[in-house]
Design a binder for this molecule. Sequence first.
Ligand SMILES: [Zn+2]
Length: 59
Amino acid sequence: MLKPEKKTGEQGHSHSSKRVSCNGGGGALGHPLIWLTYGQDGNATCPYCSKKFDSQQSE
Ligand SMILES: [Zn+2]
């Protein structure tokens, strides 16, 4: 019976490193596309447009 080899070197892989992109929604209020990383509280705020993201939301 063969066991699939477990990958090593990726210990502690968690969902807390989820990222979200923001470009200000385009238009006059737009800004270059950047990637934000959610903090430990699951929230991220765009430094350009101050838009707040919640990792609990699907969008
Ligand atoms: Zn933004």
